[in-house]
Design a binder for this molecule. Structure first.
Ligand code: FMN
Length: 195
């Protein structure tokens, strides 16, 4: 049965803040399309929201040592059936997406598919996007560790500054395509259709 509401849920997990920024940007794009959006930080309130209460859901999480935030993984598992029953999308925020070598692209895809299989969720759209390297906001040990990892991939190693790699225009295009594909109803139309 089609969901009775066109309200969209964006549920996200973040460790250093970039995915929170990604979630806000996605909400802004959807609101510009006159759609109703709730943005929920999984760490704070995942237990309070259920996918079945929404017409569509976008989940976003960041990769930390090969894993997503536990709160997001748990919520997705618990809500997999409802997620599979409505338009849904997943955004994976990471640094590997900066690399275009075929083996890295294959590895990202394999990890995504393994996570989908493990959670039982099969989003109709998903994308791995580049996040950020906020060196100046890391504690010293994290700055040191990230610099070493990033140097091996020939990335940016000036730890006196922060780097943001997210392609905001590409993200907005992805979210607009999702809204079109999900055929979501602009704000107010639910009431008009009901009356
Ligand atoms: C401790 C740590 C581990 C990370 N591990 C990975 C990783 O395994 N793969 C990857 O592609 N990016 C990795 N990253 C990069 C993050 O995914 C990237 O910085 C992202 O923007 C973080 O998003 P957040 O600020 O929402 O947590 C790691 C970053 C940190 C700080």
């Amino acid at each position: 049965m089609a969901p009775a509401t066109s309200r969209i849920l964006i549920l996200y997990g973040t460790t250093d803040g970039q995915t929170a920024k990604v979630a806000s940007a996605m909400a802004e794009t959807l609101r510009r399309l006159h759609l109703d959006v709730d943005v929920v930080n999984a760490a704070a309130s995942a237990g309070d929201v259920r996918a079945e209460e929404y017409g569509a859901v976008i989940v976003a999480a960041s990769v930390q040592a090969g894993k997503y935030q536990r709160t997001v993984t748990r919520w997705v598992r618990e809500n997999a059936a409802a997620l599979n029953g409505r338009p849904s999308a997943f955004i994976s925020v990471c640094l590997a997406a900066l690399q275009h070598k075929p083996e890295v692209v294959r590895d990202i895809e394999a990890r995504l598919q393994a996570w989908f299989a493990g959670s039982g969720w099969h989003p109709e759209m998903y994308r791995a996007i580049a996040g950020a390297l906020p060196y100046t906001r890391y504690p010293w040990w994290k700055r040191y560790m990230m610099r070493r990892i990033v140097a091996k991939a020939n990335g940016d190693t000036d730890t006196t500054r922060d780097y943001e790699y997210t392609d905001w225009a590409d993200l907005a295009a992805f979210v607009s395509a999702f809204a079109r594909r999900a055929a979501l109803t602009p704000r107010g139309d639910d009431e008009r259709l009901a009356s």
